[in-house]
Design a protein around this ligand. Structure first.
Ligand SMILES: [Zn+2]
Length: 253
C-alpha cells in the first residue's frame, strides 16, 4: 500500500488495554520556515532559522500528542541508540525508545525514514537510511536490537525517498551493494535508470532486508513516492540547499 505524505496513522495495541502507537510522515507544507526550507523543515543543521525549526518540531510534537521528541542527527552509519529523553540523538542512525510519550524522529531529504513499532505495546524506533545504511544494515541492526529486548515488529513504515530511477550512482556504489548485501537485497535495490546508468532504490532494498529479518511483507507499509519527483517533499539531490521532512513514531502515554 502506498500513500502520500503528509500522512500518519495509529497502530492498535497488541493486547487489550495496551498503548497504541501513533506515527506521522511529514511533507513540506504546514510549517513556519521560509525560502529553501519552506515550510515544514525539521532539521537544525541545514542553515534554517532555529526558531522556525523549533516551531515546526513543536507542531509535529503536538500532532502526534508526544510529550517530547528525540531527533536523529544521522551520520550514515549503523549505530543504534536507545533513549528515554527528548533532544538531539547524536552519532546514530537508529533510535529506539520504550518511554511512553517520547516521540522518536528520523529526518530525510532523499534518504529513507523508517518507523518500527514493536509488539510489546511499548517499544518504537525511528531509522534513517540511505545507500550507506543499506550496505551497513542499519535497519536490520535496529530490528536485532529490538529482538535483544524481546520485541518483534508489528508494523514497519517506510517513508518517502528518492526512487531508483531518479538516483543514478557511480559503479563503486553498485559494487558495494553487491559485495555487502544478499543477492535478494541487491536484486531488489539495483535498477537501471532511464538514461542507462545504474541506480539504487534504497526503499526496495530495505523492504527485502526486513523480509530477510523474518518480518512478514504485509507488515511493511510504504508512505510517499519519490522525493526528487514530488515538489511537496524535500530533495537534497534536486535542490541542494533544502530542508528535511521527517518520520515520527510515539507510544501514547
Ligand atoms: Zn523518482
Amino acid at each position: 500500500m502506498l500513500v502520500r505524505p503528509p500522512h500518519g496513522g495509529v497502530v492498535a495495541p497488541s493486547t487489550p488495554g495496551g498503548r497504541p502507537a501513533i506515527w506521522a510522515a511529514t511533507g513540506r507544507s504546514g510549517g513556519f520556515s521560509e525560502g529553501p526550507f519552506a515550510s515544514m523543515n525539521l532539521a537544525l543543521h541545514v542553515g534554517d532559522h532555529p526558531e522556525a525549526v523549533r516551531a515546526n518540531r513543536e507542531a509535529l510534537r503536538g500532532r502526534v500528542e508526544a510529550t517530547g521528541l528525540a531527533v536523529l542527527s544521522a551520520v550514515h552509519g549503523a549505530d543504534v541508540a536507545v533513549v528515554d529523553e527528548p533532544g538531539e540523538v547524536v552519532g546514530a542512525d537508529a533510535v529506539i525508545t520504550r518511554t511512553p510519550g517520547l516521540g522518536v524522529v528520523a529526518l530525510g531529504a532523499d534518504c529513507v525514514t523508517v518507523a518500527v513499532i514493536g509488539d510489546d505495546d511499548l517499544t518504537v524506533a525511528a531509522v534513517h537510511c540511505g545507500w550507506q545504511g543499506l550496505v551497513l544494515g542499519v535497519l536490520p541492526a535496529a530490528i536485532a536490537r529490538m529482538a535483544d529486548m524481546g520485541v518483534a515488529p508489528v508494523q514497519i513504515i517506510l517513508g518517502p525517498s528518492i526512487c531508483g530511477s531518479c538516483y543514478p550512482v557511480p559503479l563503486d556504489r553498485v559494487d558495494r551493494v553487491r559485495s555487502s548485501c544478499s543477492d535478494q537485497v541487491a536484486r531488489s535495490s539495483l535498477v537501471e535508470c532511464p538514461d542507462g546508468q545504474p541506480g539504487i532504490d534504497v526503499r526496495e532494498g530495505l523492504r527485502a532486508q526486513v523480509i530477510e529479518c523474518g518480518v512478514s511483507a504485509d507488515l511493511v507499509l510504504s508512505v510517499g513516492g519519490c522525493t526528487f519527483e514530488d515538489p511537496e517533499l524535500f530533495s537534497h539531490r534536486r535542490d541542494g540547499r533544502t530542508g528535511r521532512h521527517g518520520m515520527v513514531v510515539v507510544r501514547s502515554e
